[in-house]
Design a protein around this ligand. Sequence first.
Ligand SMILES: [Zn+2]
Ligand SMILES: [Zn+2]
Length: 330
Amino acid sequence: MEDRDAQVLESLRPHQHGNIMDLVAEAGIDVAPWGMRKDGSAVNNPRTNQTYCYEWAFGGDGQPTALCVWHRSLVFSQDLVLYEDSMRQYALKLDRVAIDRSAPSDARSRARAQATRARNFDLLLQHAYRKSEPVRVIILEGKPRSQPDPGWDTSKVRYRALDSEVWYVHSYSDGNGSCRLVRKVPSDRMLTNDDMPPMQPIFVDQFSLPESAGKRESAGFAFVRSPEVRRAVLGRAAGVCECCAALGFKMDKGEIFLETHHVVLLSENGPDMEWNVIALCPNDHRRAHFAEGRAALRNQFIAHLLTIYPAAEDAFRTLLDANSGAAQMP
Ligand SMILES: [Zn+2]
Ligand SMILES: [Zn+2]
């Protein structure tokens, strides 16, 4: 049995130096954008276009989806080839490196870039799951990751190839982003086309508490807070304070508690949008409002949010300019 497991997995090991753009095209994804820079100017060699060639996931948005997966992370179990992981958790691990001021700056910026790639992977995987769409898998082979480095180093990829079979997302956890991909076998969900299972509300914040305990921040004004935004932010944080990386505390029914905080306050016209809301442990939340040096803390939050929502940079700049001439973009 073990021999057969090994054989099945061995047959999937890539031996070609497949170029990533060619494999993405082979998966049926339009690679015309690889010929252009972000500013619209043409690049000499689309295959080395850095906007795309270091990504871990491709397609989506009406195109097929292709995900890069290490060969060594594939598992053979009960006649199925599986891939199980949580790219969302992995992105959080990388965030912790990116905000760690004691880490070398090149490691921090690499971690920041990789966290964005991991989130893109997670997003495309979620879409494929919700739309019950199959995905293509590009299998990578290379040097094992060096341990202290939580990130992927693309230069360590030796071989890569597009798996000829289609894969299916059998499960995806809204709570923590863990997924299960299965080679060749559609999930029952796809066969019966059932609706999504209801989301488990396992992350809660101060506004989920009973009446008396929660509403303090608005102090007289009832600002409107979208439950979807709070839920999305709590899901993004997955129970880990986005400032100090401490795990939120567990409540009676097992929910994990963190507080949601508007980085540019609602009272300062800060928008109630994911990119302006951060999940914090209660201590860091109070610090954000009252501590000496809270302006620096806010800049740290903004820097963190911009790694996830780079497009929010102009909006933050405008908001900070409007609120105080002295405030500086981090
Ligand atoms: Zn904290
Ligand atoms: Zn707050």
